[in-house]
Write a protein that binds this ligand. Sequence first.
Ligand SMILES: *[C@@H]1O[C@H](CO)[C@@H](O)[C@H](O)[C@H]1NC(C)=O
Ligand SMILES: *[C@@H]1O[C@H](CO)[C@@H](O)[C@H](O)[C@H]1NC(C)=O
Ligand SMILES: *[C@@H]1O[C@H](CO)[C@@H](O)[C@H](O)[C@H]1NC(C)=O
Ligand SMILES: *[C@@H]1O[C@H](CO)[C@@H](O)[C@H](O)[C@H]1NC(C)=O
Ligand SMILES: *[C@@H]1O[C@H](CO)[C@@H](O)[C@H](O)[C@H]1NC(C)=O
Length: 222
Amino acid sequence: MQRVGMNAFAFVLYLSLPGASAYMSRYSCNTTADLFKRQGLTSETFLCAPYVNYTVACDLDDDPALGFNPSCNNTFAVQVYANFERALSVYSCRDYSRIWTCDNCTVAYKRWLCSALFRKCNQDYECPENFTSETLMQDFGSLADADSAGTNARAIPDCVMKTCQDVCYDVVRKCPVHLEFRCPPVKDLREYDIRTCNNLERPSTDNVNALSSASSPACPRC
Ligand SMILES: *[C@@H]1O[C@H](CO)[C@@H](O)[C@H](O)[C@H]1NC(C)=O
Ligand SMILES: *[C@@H]1O[C@H](CO)[C@@H](O)[C@H](O)[C@H]1NC(C)=O
Ligand SMILES: *[C@@H]1O[C@H](CO)[C@@H](O)[C@H](O)[C@H]1NC(C)=O
Ligand SMILES: *[C@@H]1O[C@H](CO)[C@@H](O)[C@H](O)[C@H]1NC(C)=O
Ligand SMILES: *[C@@H]1O[C@H](CO)[C@@H](O)[C@H](O)[C@H]1NC(C)=O
């Protein structure tokens, strides 16, 4: 049981390693309607339905380590989420924090998982419907730029919007420390960002009730 749980965390670590081979090299921007059709989903069976209502950047290739394609994959999302819930059930959800409960942790984790598996296409760029890191290099010429923090911005093509840092740190804040969920250091902006970023149209998961009401704040192009 522990072991199954740990697979979810191996996946977490894997996600924080941009630059892993074949990571984000060939992408396609798909609508959620397209995902529903291809995967036979409904808003009841789509795990990320409350979070993902935007054009999604899907990797076109299998992950060589996993042997299948985890990107935009609802079956995989459901599996990882179930593993997480199993791992969480090992801990006493009563006494790990005076503020947070396992429900709060689960909500934060789900939001993060959805952001990681269903990346948002960055509509601020005239991105082609499908694209590779190489074509983007020619089109925008900016992939190799180092950012002000001195990290390499190559990790994520400009057509894929980075996830808001808070989406990750929300999980660290709200989940039992023993789960050892980690985010990249705040200065590492390869995968996460703080200004223009995907927060899944939810400013924070602090208010669970606000989460279920579908109103999205000003979001010019989504
Ligand atoms: C996204 O669309 C492309 C073609 O436009 C398709 O090959 C791919 O399978 C789609 N991805 C998903 C996850 O539906
Ligand atoms: C968002 O949801 C609405 C209603 O379900 C749907 O009509 C629309 O196509 C969705 N937008 C995207 C970008 O998936
Ligand atoms: C989606 O993930 C499951 C594992 O959860 C895997 O068996 C399946 O092959 C994946 N789908 C694709 C299209 O790779
Ligand atoms: C992009 O789509 C076009 C037509 O849909 C196809 O010919 C081309 O091979 C695709 N490119 C990639 C990189 O998938
Ligand atoms: C934490 O979860 C509980 C149970 O779902 C909820 O009542 C409470 O509002 C949540 N706390 C915050 C600050 O969102």
